[in-house]
Ligand binder design. Structure first.
Ligand code: F6R
Length: 595
């Protein structure tokens, strides 16, 4: 979702901002803009020049009208209020062009504020909620004549999760304020990078200041200062070292990031379990001493949260319950200090999941987390933070983060049982199996099935037990990249209604592991086949019921983890065959930082 990138330094601001925005591209956006301060060498006057575009970020030449500058801000917009147009793209000018402003988030009370400002005589030229902030800063400025104070006061009027950045034409001044949406400042050699994530400047510096909620950071005439936005008190700046093991954003010869990340899984599942017994001990102990264990996430991460809870119940005998982070209303009064909530998130910045964590925390519950992005908000809110170490996941559609989350969940469950070695062995074996398995024959087999799905509008995926959450995730993958109506559901649900949808030729996937759910799964397979379904088996062993069969590697405890990989590839090949960009599906954003 929206990304912010500001630059101050000796280098070319336009080029640096463009690089930063490109590294934020993965978050998803539909338009973008850059603003830089331009100085007239003769009379010393400063003006702000803005360039905005709809669509993908191109080369710097696209911004040829922008003058050379050492200070500026940029923004990638994922439309919430107002259509995808250049006018609605950020940054937005103040009426007198003395400052520009960009926002990441949603102003929940924008209608009230707009009414109040309109009554005061302000008018609006865009459909965005962000312009309301601009006019409000103007209003405050007319009363105080101090930009920092005007921004601070205007920010305090906002409801919702938002982060804003302001560039002034005077004083070499950039101000950014955070409440909810992420904000970090990278410190380079005489350079500052204000950004939505550390990945955007990780190729330039490894020193970072994490800006917390309700904090305001100001760069002015060479000085960087941090304030509490509520009482304007100056705060001590803490510079931390970034620990990004993998900062490259490179397809490494693959046609798309999605394909690269699918293949990456043979390594990333292994990275996710690189925790010694001592390192797992804190969360294992808290699980043993907690009354309730909840796992929580949204989208793919919610299915991983489901799988982690399944592993905890099945292998550790722990009564773990998975929650959807956007459905916490009925739980919020139930959390106590004897509970543990484990947040599952690739980005660590998903607004719904952050809110779930905050709710549980307010009630005194302990927070564990498994997150990919180092330094992200969820990590910093956690008492027991763990990392996937999968490297940047750039494709909007999550693949390697999901299998890494499940792998870590298996390690967690078996660690609670005192059998962590079994998890290590299963995941390491699966990693080796995948290394052998992800070959041309496997790709060709998946492509053959892809061909048969191209013209079907409705596809179903049946799973049970360890494959239940996998079936849900499989459904989501095909929806996201191929825009096919694909439903994953529990095979047990079939006879209770869903079977009514099966017609001659309907593609049905069955996920089958060599465990005690196999016979029930085969019965379900026979029932849909009897009604004319085209049956595709995803299993380690062939069966005469299958019309098509995709063999998955033996995974032992990790069987189910292996079973999602054919769907990753199917989702990929379907998108490519249908002419869609698998890396950037329509309407989707990678980091969902608004509710
Ligand atoms: C789907 C996908 C999303 C995310 C969800 C949560 O492919 O990527 O469903 O899983 O938006 O994101 P994170 O994991 O960053 O909290």
């Amino acid at each position: 979702m929206c990304g912010i990138f500001g630059y101050i330094g000796q280098g070319d601001a336009g080029q640096n901002i463009l690089n930063g925005l490109k590294r934020l591209e993965y978050r998803g956006y539909d338009s973008w803009g850059v603003a830089v301060v331009s100085r007239d060498r003769q009379n010393g006057d400063s003006t702000i020049e803005v360039a905005k575009k709809v669509g993908s970020i191109g080369a710097l030449e696209e911004l040829k009208d922008l003058p050379k500058s050492n200070i500026g801000i940029g923004h990638t917009r994922w439309a919430t209020h107002g259509g995808v147009t250049e006018v609605n793209a950020h940054p937005h000018y103040s009426t007198d062009h003395s400052f520009v402003l960009a926002q990441n988030g949603i102003v929940e009370n924008y209608q009230e504020l707009k009414k109040e400002l309109a009554q005061k005589g302000y008018s609006f030229s865009t459909e965005t909620d962000t312009e309301i902030i601009v006019r409000n800063v103007e209003f405050r400025l007319s009363q105080i004549n101090n930009l920092k104070e005007a921004v601070r006061k205007a920010f305090l009027d906002l409801k919702g999760r938002n982060t804003i950045i302001v560039l002034s034409s005077e004083h070499n001044q950039v101000i950014a304020v955070r409440n909810g949406s992420p904000l970090v400042v990278g410190i380079g050699d005489g350079e500052y990078f204000f950004a939505s994530d550390t990945l955007s400047f990780a190729d330039k510096t490894d020193e970072v200041i994490y800006i917390d909620d309700k904090q305001m950071v100001e760069y002015k005439d060479g000085d960087l200062k941090l304030f509490d936005v509520e009482n304007n008190k100056e705060l001590k700046i803490k510079i931390r070292k970034l620990d990004h093991e993998d900062v490259s954003i490179d397809k490494e010869g693959f046609a798309h990031f999605m394909l690269k990340e699918i293949v990456d899984q043979k390594h990333t599942i292994r990275e996710a379990i690189q925790y010694s017994e001592e390192e797992m001990e804190p969360i294992v102990n808290i699980i043993k001493n907690s009354r309730n264990i909840y796992t929580v996430g949204a989208g793919t991460a919610s299915f991983a949260a489901g799988q982690i809870a399944y592993f905890l119940r099945k292998y550790a005998g722990v009564n773990a319950i998975e929650l959807k982070s956007y459905e916490m209303e009925s739980y919020k009064e139930l959390f106590t200090e004897n509970d543990l909530l484990i947040a599952v998130s690739q980005s660590g910045e998903t607004a719904d999941t952050i809110e779930a964590v905050e709710l549980a925390k307010q009630k005194g519950a302990k927070i564990g987390s498994i997150v990919n992005m180092v330094g992200s908000t969820i990590t910093r809110l956690s008492d027991f933070p763990y990392f996937l170490r999968s490297g940047p996941e750039i494709c909007v559609v999550s693949t390697k983060a999901f299998t890494a989350m499940c792998s870590w969940g298996l390690l967690l469950a078996l660690s609670v049982k005192g059998e962590a070695e079994k998890a290590r062995k299963a995941i390491n074996n699966l990693s080796e199996e995948l290394d052998r398995h992800l070959n041309e024959d496997f790709f060709a087999c998946v492509k053959k099935v892809t061909e048969k799905l191209l013209h079907h509008e409705h596809i179903f995926v049946l799973g049970r037990g360890q494959n239940y959450y996998l079936s849900l995730e499989a459904g989501l993958k095909l929806k996201e990249t191929a825009y096919k109506h694909t439903e994953g559901f529990a095979a047990g649900e079939l006879k209770h209604g869903v079977i009514a949808l099966i017609e001659k030729g309907t593609p049905i996937f069955v996920l089958i592991s060599e465990d005690n759910s196999k016979s029930d799964m085969l019965s379900a397979a026979a029932e849909v086949k009897a009604r004319g379904a085209h049956l595709i088996g995803i299993a380690t062993k062939e069966n005469e019921l299958f019309d098509d069969f995709i063999k998955t590697p033996e995974g032992d405890y990790a069987d189910s983890i292996a079973n999602i990989i054919p769907f990753h590839l199917l989702a990929y090949y379907l998108a490519v065959e249908l002419g869609y960009n698998p890396d950037k599906p329509r309407n989707l954003a990678k980091s969902v930082t608004v509710k």
